[in-house]
Each structure stands twice: as C-alpha cells, then as structure tokens.
Design a binder for this molecule. Sequence first.
Ligand code: NAD
Ligand code: TDX
Length: 332
Amino acid sequence: MDHILVTGGAGFIGSNFVHHVVANTDLRVTVLDKLTYAASRESLDGLPADRVSLVVGDIVDAPLMERLAGEHDAIVHFAAESHNDNSLHDPSPFVQTNVVGTFSVLEAVRKAGIRLHHISTDEVYGDLELDDPERFSERTPYNPSSPYSSTKAGSDLLVRAWVRSFGVQATISNCSNNYGPWQHIEKFIPRQITNVIDGGRPKLYGAGQNVRDWIHADDHSSAVLAVLREGAIGETYLIGADGERNNLEVVQQILRHFGRPADDFDHVTDRPGHDLRYAIDSTKLRTELGWSPRFTDFEQGLADTIEWYRAHEDWWRPHKQAVESAYAAKGQ
Ligand code: NAD
Ligand code: TDX
C-alpha cells in the first residue's frame, strides 16, 4: 500500500488522521472532500505537498469516485454528515452523503478491486442504561436512534453486504465520541469551551446525566491505521479508550480550567430522542491488533484541547455567532 484516498479528510477526524498518517508512515494521501460547512482547508495546512493533495468533490459523484478509486491502493472513508442535532432538523443530506455516498464509494471500490476501510460510530448500537454493566461490543445488535445514526447503520450494512456478495476487501470500525483539535464548534466540547472563552455559560441538554465515552482523535487515528494495515477483511472493530464521563462532569471540568464556579452553566432544552449512554468494549482491537490509546488521561487531553481552542480563535470565531443563533432558535 502506497497511496491512499481519504474521504472527508478536511473534517475533524479525517484531518487528524491525515496528520497522523504523514507523521507515522510513508504513505501518500489524497483527500477527497466536498468542503461542506463542517470542513476546513486550514486543518490541512503545513502538510508536505509531495505527500498530501486535496480534491474538492462529492463522494456521491460516481464517475469521480471511480476515477479516484482507480488511482489509489485503498480508501479510508470518513466523509459523512456527522451532527445529530442537524439530522433532526434536516435529515436529507444525511441520507444522501451517508447512505448514497457510501454506496458510491462501495461501487467504486468494487470496480477498482481496492481495499476499503469504512469509518463508523458506536451510535449504531443505540444507547445503554446508566447502570448497565455491559458495554457495546462487536456482537451488540444494531439499534440506532436518530436520523444520523440510522444512516450510519445503513452505511455499515451496505459495507457488510458488499463484502459478502461481491468479495469487496473491506473492514469497518465503530468509534466512540472523539475530542481534540479541529472539531467544529457545533459539537458539545468545543461549543462549551468557546462559550466560556466568550464569557458565556455552557449549555447542558436536560440534566446533563447523559454519558459519552471520550477518545482523543489521534487515538482514533492510530486505531484506524492499525485496522487498515492488519485488520481481517470483513471484520468490524470497536474503538474506545475507556473514557466514560457524563456531560455535567465535562462541563464542570471546563469551568474549573477557566477558574469559573462549578454551577456557572445553563440547563437548556433536551435533544429529542437523546441517547442516554454510549460505552465501548475495545477488547477485540486491543487483543487481536495490539492497539492501545496514548491519551489515557482525559483531564489532560481536555486541558490541551481547551488551550488549542484558545490559541486558534481566528479559526472558530467566524462561525460562532451563526452556530449560537441556530441553537438559540431551538431553545438550546
Ligand atoms: P465532520 O463533520 O467534522 O467532517 C466530515 C467531513 O466530510 C467534512 O470535511 C465534510 O466536508 C466532508 N463531507 C461531507 N459530505 C461529503 C460528501 N458528500 N462528499 C465528500 N465529502 C463530504 O465529521 P467528523 O466528526 O470528523 O466525523 C468523521 C467520520 O467519523 C464520520 O463518518 C463520523 O460518522 C465518524 N465518527 C465520528 C465521531 C465523532 O465523535 N465525531 C465518532 C465516531 C465516528
Ligand atoms: O450544546 C450541547 N449541549 C449538550 O449537552 C451539545 C451540542 C451537546 N450536548 C450533549 C449531547 C450529547 O449527550 O453532549 C453530548 C455530545 O453531543 P455531540 O457533541 O452532539 O455528540 P453526539 O451526539 O454524542 O455524537 C458524536 O459522537 C458520535 C458525534 O457528533 C457523532 O458524529 C459520532 O458518531
């Protein structure tokens, strides 16, 4: 494997992955990205031009996908509409990109006969009770809740069918909630960090008891690289770093970092159908591929992320007002 195509590589996790690949391998990378509102070209700044190039285009565009598949050894497929709240407002682009787009990627891979790694989410498994001793594993039945997670579940099932029916050489990974640099400020952690930088208050949906299993985007990247290189074709690997925290704990840690009082936040209208808890058992990935996370101290990783947003105000500032107006219109 020499030259890989990374769809969605100008988004949050995709760009972290491209940086990880450049720093840790000799691979050359082409990023294919539609540059939606969620993308940023700046996230690819500073990468060597002889190793990384950007093609602006849509994964739904079948001729484009076929041409690019023919020019690469493998595709790592991150491109998606990724925000649950947006999917409740307008599911249409989620069906287009996540389902039809993945179909287009699969057909291109099938025709070119190249390797595919499909990126997915733990949300395909639905949610867990707070006191459930079990966590999600590769054997957990699919039970998605939102338009976002159901389109991701649909894309996973397409990949499985293309492996079984057409012999496509694909793997799948389902990861828990990522944090780190370059995450769009519509998402929970960067929204709260930038609210506090602005002198405002974090906004907690409902009581703040919902639990997410946080992993640093660089650890997600190292896991994806491990599966791309050593994963068994047709297999699914769950990626997680044992980072369960409820939303209230995360908000209070952000407030503490800035020296603000622990109760200096607002409870706002809850998300309809809000999943209660996600938690990943990543035993298969750790035992079969020898992977382990590097960012095992969530408190330190969050502190570093806060400092990154402080240092990159030029990047997020132009979007802040529009993001907050859209939330305010929904009472959030
Ligand atoms: P993101 O929204 O930050 O980035 C998505 C990228 O895909 C953007 O650059 C966007 O321009 C691009 N894109 C969207 N539609 C496209 C299209 N039709 N053609 C080409 N490019 C298109 O998302 P993210 O948080 O980086 O998530 C990346 C992937 O990881 C997604 O598949 C998501 O489901 C998955 N995932 C995310 C998380 C998380 O916590 N963010 C956790 C597990 C899995
Ligand atoms: O302002 C907020 N207040 C709040 O309490 C926002 C934006 C969110 N929340 C809550 C909702 C969730 O319980 O925080 C938690 C995290 O919310 P998001 O950042 O929107 O993430 P989530 O819905 O958990 O989905 C994320 O993880 C799985 C990614 O966006 C998905 O792409 C990924 O698949």
